[in-house]
Every structure is written in structure tokens, then in C-alpha cells.
Ligand binder design. Structure first.
Ligand code: KIV
Length: 266
């Protein structure tokens, strides 16, 4: 059991102290993130893009995810490890249970699933069987082909109303955490206040309970040469990677990151 648990994250929300999360895919960065005090290491299926060089997260398999979870676990001491269920790994309830079990047995402490209110049944089932769940809402990269691109979600009132209702329904289904990606800052703030579970944001403004970035993005590394608007390059002005990771933790805790320039309006 790591030092950081769901109880820790819950109490950080209650105290109003921001939660720090970064993606992480290997043992060395796991150790470095621990040294910097990052509370949650997300083994994200973004590894399909930043490690494997695909143009989306869709080719990532549960075996890929389990391999990287095991790597991160070997470098980890204190942090909570959150692992993505990749594309279609939760196509049926049986697959959801089996694939989540593989990630937990590889070393994850919680799984993340992309979607909305339709996730309720699987979240209830996983939680009953001892697997905490983080529900990823807003821009869900696994559905990029339905969304028509990597676009901000919840900009019109009907979508915003639906997202608020879904967040509450997923909390009631047993979700232990929500992650909001590319959502207008004001909507993310409303959702954060409407639920009792921690809400982590990426491109969702500074009022969520915590922040996450893709490790390579915040270190200024990119295959395309273009960084999304919500990214800050924490290597700028820092002598080494360890200092950049510490600067991220300091800025999230001090609420100096994200700035208004990193967020979206409705
Ligand atoms: O896969 C991932 O890295 C993620 C983050 C973008 C939140 O889901």
C-alpha cells in the first residue's frame, strides 16, 4: 500500500489543497516523480502516442498497459498508481472485470475509464469487487473519431447540463475520482463543487481539486512540435528534469498553474 491512498486524496479535497498528478510510464520517471512529491502517477494510454508513436490512443492494448504499470510500480514508493483501461478493454462487463484485474495485479491502485453516465454499471461492479474507479469525462481521446477531433467539450448549455448530471450520477455509482479533460473552466468549477469526490483537471482551469499533464508535454517534448494550449513547459528555466517536476508540484500546490491562459471559456 503506498503512502498516498484514496483517503489522502479525499482529505486534500476537503482541506482545499491541490492534488498533483502526472502521467508516468517507466521506473526511472516513477522514482523521479516520487522524489518531486507527485501524489498520483497516471499510466495513461497516452503512451500509445508519446512512447509508441501512434497518432491516437486506439492501438494500445491491455498487455501494453500492464507492462508499463509494472515498470512504474518498480520505481514507486509513495504515490498512488492510476492505470487507463485502453480502447475497448471495457467493451463488456466481463472484459471490464478481467482487464481491470490485469492492471491491478500489475501494480495499479485504481483504474480509469473514459465515458459518461453509461459507465455507471461497470463502475458499480468494479467498486463492489474492490477496484476503485476514476471516470474520465469531457474530451475522451478514445472516442476522438466520434467527437471529430480533439476538441473542447461542454461548451453549449445542453452539453454542460448533461456533463454536470453525468458527474453526479457517476459519483452515485461509486466513482472514486473524476478527471475532466478540455472542459470550460467555469463548468469544471461547478462540477468540482457539485461532487464530494476529487476532480482532477487537464485543460479544465484552476478550480478543480487537482491537475494532471502528460509528462512529455510538461517537459517540452513533442513529436509534432505543437503543444496544446493547456500545457506549460516546466523545463523552461530549470537546470534538469528533477527540478522541472518539482516546479510542477510547487506551481499546482500554489495554484499558479494553470493560469487563465491555459483554460477554455464556454
Ligand atoms: O492517457 C492519458 O495520459 C490521459 C491524460 C491525458 C489525462 O488520460
Amino acid at each position: 500500500m503506498p503512502a498516498i491512498t484514496l483517503t489522502t486524496l479525499q482529505s486534500l479535497k476537503q482541506k482545499g489543497e491541490k492534488i498533483t498528478m502526472l502521467t508516468c510510464y517507466d521506473a526511472t520517471f516513477s522514482h523521479a516523480c516520487n522524489q518531486a512529491g507527485v501524489e498520483v502517477l497516471l499510466v495513461g494510454d497516452s503512451l500509445g502516442m508519446v512512447l509508441q508513436g501512434h497518432d491516437s490512443t486506439l492501438p494500445v492494448t491491455t498487455a501494453d498497459m500492464a507492462y508499463h504499470v509494472a515498470c512504474v510500480k518498480r520505481g514507486n514508493e509513495d504515490a498512488m498508481i492510476l492505470a487507463d483501461l485502453p480502447f475497448m478493454a471495457n467493451a463488456t462487463l466481463e472484459q471490464t472485470l478481467n482487464n481491470s484485474a490485469k492492471l491491478m495485479q500489475a501494480g495499479a491502485h485504481m483504474v480509469k475509464v473514459e465515458g459518461a453516465v453509461w459507465l455507471s454499471e461497470s463502475i458499480r461492479l468494479l467498486t463492489e469487487r474492490g477496484i476503485p474507479v476514476c471516470a474520465h469525462m469531457g474530451l475522451t481521446p478514445q472516442t476522438v473519431n466520434v467527437l471529430g477531433g480533439y476538441k473542447v467539450q461542454g461548451r453549449n448549455e445542453a452539453q454542460a447540463r448533461q456533463m454536470r448530471a453525468d458527474a453526479i450520477a457517476l459519483e452515485q455509482a461509486g466513482a472514486a475520482m473524476l478527471l475532466l479533460e478540455c472542459v470550460p473552466s467555469e463548468l469544471a468549477k461547478e462540477i468540482t463543487h457539485a461532487v464530494n469526490i476529487p476532480v482532477i483537471g487537464i485543460g479544465a482551469g484552476s478550480d478543480t481539486d487537482g491537475q494532471v499533464l502528460v509528462l512529455h508535454d510538461m517537459l517540452g517534448l513533442s513529436l509534432t512540435g505543437r503543444a496544446p494550449k493547456f500545457v506549460k513547459n516546466f523545463m523552461a528555466g530549470q537546470p534538469d528534469i528533477q527540478s522541472a517536476l518539482s516546479a510542477y508540484v510547487t506551481e499546482v500546490k500554489a495554484v499558479t498553474f494553470p493560469g487563465t491562459e491555459h483554460g477554455f471559456s464556454a
